[in-house]
Write a protein that binds this ligand. Structure first.
Ligand code: GRF
Length: 207
């Protein structure tokens, strides 16, 4: 299977996914990397490996890809699945429709808690520490037109100790993100995700 990975930052999730593909844990290849920030670490890493990259959305005032053109580019590249890995912009409805139930996001908290617009990156872990919750962890969910509101596929949890700083929490969660994202992407590209009768809750076959 061919996937597109959307990034906005360092790309550690992109790199972890790529490693899982290289060692056969995920039956897919990264056909294209998309970012709103052409100079971010994830794009630099992709360029070094000769992976094609696209900028979306285009910089203010510059021409570039419309949502329809973006979808067309992904289709032309044979992309079957879209993976948001630290991508901080809202996905246009055209892309949600084109890749319905084929587009995943990884969020660094236990949605629906600590989610929604503005809840990304370090802000999430600062809010987790400030709230006094005893557990946190990443959520993998399908993407729809609202931030962090799609159907949840998998979560992992880790204890939040009273002495934990937001940096401690971030490191604990990021490690789990890499594990759970590859686990779900593997199920998705292998067709092992089903939807529960009645409410359509995603279920990984055999779990
Ligand atoms: C991190 O905050 C991660 O928790 C979230 O996006 C941010 C960057 O991730 N998914 P990455 O290192 O660019 O994959």
């Amino acid at each position: 299977a061919k996937v597109a990975v959307f990034v906005s930052g360092g790309g550690s999730n992109l790199r972890a996914l790529h490693a899982a593909m290289e060692d056969g844990r995920v039956n897919a290849e990264v056909a294209v990397v998309v970012s709103n920030i052409p100079s971010c670490g994830g794009v630099e890493w992709s360029r070094e490996r000769g992976i094609p990259t696209l900028t979306y959305p285009p910089k203010k005032g510059e021409d570039g890809l419309t949502p329809d053109a973006l979808v067309a580019q992904l289709r032309d590249a044979g992309v079957g699945y879209v993976l948001l890995a630290g991508y901080l912009r809202l996905i246009p409805p055209q892309l949600c429709r084109a890749y319905e139930d084929k587009m995943l996001n990884i969020h660094p908290a236990l949605l629906p808690a600590f989610g929604g617009k503005g809840m990304h990156g370090h802000h999430v872990h600062e809010a987790v520490v400030a709230s006094g919750v005893r557990f946190t962890g990443p959520t993998v969910h399908f993407v729809n037109e609202e931030f962090d509101k799609g159907k949840i596929v998998a979560q992992r949890h880790v204890r939040v100790a009273p002495s934990d700083t937001p940096d401690d929490v971030a490191a604990n969660v990021l490690r789990l993100e890499h594990e759970v994202f590859s686990h779900v992407v593997s199920a998705l590209v292998d067709g092992r995700i089903r939807f529960r009768d009645g409410d359509g809750v995603p279920v990984i076959v055999g779990e």
